[in-house]
Write a protein that binds this ligand. Structure first.
Ligand code: NAD
Length: 321
């Protein structure tokens, strides 16, 4: 495909991961940040995520020959587990380390950052007003050739298409957190996205180790969150309604479906603040006496105690041991 130069717009959690993932697969990557101050915030993220990616490759060596290896390896970093050897993983680690050092540039001048971009991925905070203003600022700086994607989780590309100045070359490419392991690339156009552009984004997603998942139309929450949000919400309602405790609900799910994690284990990874904010969006949450209202109070209690999930060391489960 014709993509060599990739620009990532925003260097937060996802922006950093996408940049590293593209660099790992040999693309020439520029991360655009809005200020000198952002550079100091993003550099430690680059260091942290690159080390995590390399550590997961290192850890994969112990899985070679293990019957569970094919389920547990970092799928975004190893294209195929068939025929994998410790030596091949060592080669990937060496190449990855070199590309993280050589293929990544940080730029705060927006025009320079996109000057030769074949594809640009917007990964800025989930703020529709800020995104709109940013697209307006960006549109005259982007070269004619550039395909523009958004990684937005909750906003639809049609909300911004006209502001990009290139609606036909704009669509969503949505990643999941820890993209080198959970390598979904949901590709979602808006009604004005050119089919050839859409196909190139599908190809690009595969080229950076994602499994492209194609949506045929716009859908809030894409495929994953359209299923995950109601599922997690149903589990939380069982808990708030005192039908069963957290451990029993998780155990039921794991035993009956063979899934490795239950809904509260997933919620601990997502983070309780996100669960709280999603619950707040339901109109009935404001109404005293409803299960959503009770859930809101229960989640708030845990958040106030600092029990916000795996990252905090404690959520529904304790990870400090
Ligand atoms: N965190 C996730 O699990 C996840 C998963 C998939 C998609 N996303 C999506 O990715 C995008 C970024 O999420 P994140 O989790 O990386 O957020 P984040 O808060 O870690 O990073 C957002 C970045 O945007 C920058 N930013 C904010 N406003 C800006 C502006 N006006 N101009 C330039 N830069 C600006 C911030 O400085 C920060 O570096 C969002 O659209 C989100 O919906 C997030």
């Amino acid at each position: 495909m014709g993509v060599n130069n990739v620009t990532i717009l925003g260097g937060g959690v996802l922006g950093t991961q996408i940049a590293l993932q593209a660099a790992y697969y040999g693309f020439n990557v520029t991360i655009w940040l809005r200020s000198e101050g952002s550079i100091e915030r993003t550099k430690p993220k680059i260091a942290r995520y690159s080390e995590l990616m390399l550590a997961d490759l290192e850890g994969a060596k112990a899985l070679v020959g293990n019957p569970m290896g094919g389920f547990l390896y970092p799928r975004g970093l190893i294209r195929s587990w068939d025929g994998i050897t410790v030596e091949k993983i060592d080669e990937l680690i060496a190449a990855g380390r070199e590309r993280f050092a050589n293929n990544l540039t940080i730029e705060i001048d927006l025009a320079k950052a996109v000057a030769d971009a074949d594809i640009a991925v917007e990964a800025m905070s989930e703020d529709p007003k800020a995104k709109t203003e940013f697209y307006e600022l960006l549109k005259d700086k982007l070269p004619e050739k550039t395909i523009l994607c958004t990684n937005s989780s909750t906003l639809l590309p049609s909300m911004f298409a006209e502001h990009t100045g290139r609606p036909e070359k704009y669509c969503a490419l949505h990643f999941a957190n820890t993209i080198w392991k959970n390598n979904t690339g949901e590709v979602m156009g808006h009604p004005g996205t050119d089919k050839a552009v859409y196909d190139q984004v599908v190809e690009f997603a595969a080229a950076i180790g994602m499994v492209p998942l194609q949506l045929h139309k716009e859908q809030p929450g894409y495929i994953l969150n359209s299923m995950l949000v109601p599922f997690l919400s149903a589990a939380q309602a069982l808990w708030a309604n005192e039908v069963a405790d957290v451990e029993t609900i998780d155990l039921t799910w794991r035993l009956a479906t063979g899934a490795p994690a239950g809904p509260f284990q997933i919620l601990d990874i997502v983070g309780l603040e996100t669960a709280y904010n999603i619950n707040l969006m339901k109109p009935e949450t404001q109404q005293e006496g409803t299960i959503s209202n009770k859930l809101s109070k229960l989640l708030k209690e845990k958040i106030d105690k600092g029990e916000t999930g795996v990252n905090a060391g404690k959520g529904f489960y304790d990870y400090r041991k």
